[in-house]
Design a protein around this ligand. Structure first.
Ligand SMILES: [Zn+2]
Length: 191
C-alpha cells in the first residue's frame, strides 16, 4: 500500500478532532469548556462543518451523545453560551428553550441567524470583513444576503468602522470559512 493513500477517518473522529482544536478544556472534566473559535454576538461558538456553519455546542453534543432529535434545541445547564462541554448540555424543545431564556432573564428578540432584518452589530461587521468563504456561506451564517456581505466587504456599508487589526484572514488555510474572533475589537458605533 502506498504511503500516499489516505487513511480513512471516521466522520465522528474527524468531528471530534475539529471540535477539540477549538476547545479549551483547561477547566477540567466538570468545568466549562470554552470555545476558542468564532463566537457570535450572543456568545455562542460557530464552526464550519460538512460545508456549512453550525453551532459549536450542538456539534459537541452530537459528537458526545449522538444526533439531536428533530427540532431539538440544545440547552446549557451552566448558562454559559461559549461552553461546549457535553456534560453541561442537554436536549430540549423550542418551548423549553424559551422557558429557559425567560427564566434566566435573557429573552432576546429573534434577531437570529435567519432573520433577514437582523440588525448587524459593529462586531459582526468586523467579523464579516475578515471572513473567508463564499458570500453565500457568510450571508447564511449571519442572516444577511450575499449582496450585503459584498457591500460590507467592499466598504460600501459600515465604512465608518476602522479596518480591524485582526485581518489575519490571509494567513488562514484556503477553502475554509474562518471568522476571526473579534471580542477584543474596539470601535465606536456611529449613529
Ligand atoms: Zn459549561
Amino acid at each position: 500500500m502506498s504511503r500516499r493513500s489516505r487513511p480513512r477517518v471516521r466522520p465522528e473522529a474527524a468531528l471530534q478532532e475539529r471540535l477539540d482544536h477549538y476547545t479549551d478544556k483547561s477547566a477540567g472534566p466538570d468545568g466549562c469548556w470554552l470555545w476558542k473559535g468564532f463566537l457570535n454576538e450572543h456568545g455562542y461558538g460557530g464552526v464550519r462543518w460538512q460545508g456549512r456553519w453550525q453551532r459549536a455546542h450542538r456539534l459537541s453534543f452530537e459528537a458526545a451523545k449522538g444526533p439531536i432529535p428533530e427540532g431539538g434545541h440544545i440547552l446549557h445547564r451552566c448558562d454559559n453560551p461559549p461552553c461546549v462541554n457535553p456534560a453541561h448540555l442537554h436536549a430540549g424543545s423550542h418551548r423549553d428553550n424559551m422557558r429557559d431564556m425567560y427564566a434566566k432573564g435573557r429573552r432576546r428578540p429573534p434577531a437570529g441567524e435567519r432573520n433577514v432584518n437582523a440588525k448587524l452589530t459593529a462586531e459582526m461587521v468586523l467579523a464579516i470583513r475578515v471572513a473567508t468563504g463564499s458570500q453565500n456561506e457568510i450571508g447564511n451564517y449571519f442572516g444577511i444576503t450575499p449582496a450585503t456581505v459584498s457591500k460590507i466587504k467592499l466598504g460600501r456599508l459600515w465604512r465608518h468602522l476602522p479596518a480591524s487589526d485582526a485581518m489575519a484572514a490571509d494567513r488562514r488555510p484556503k477553502g475554509e470559512l474562518v471568522l476571526a474572533p473579534t471580542s477584543n475589537a474596539q470601535f465606536t458605533e456611529a449613529a
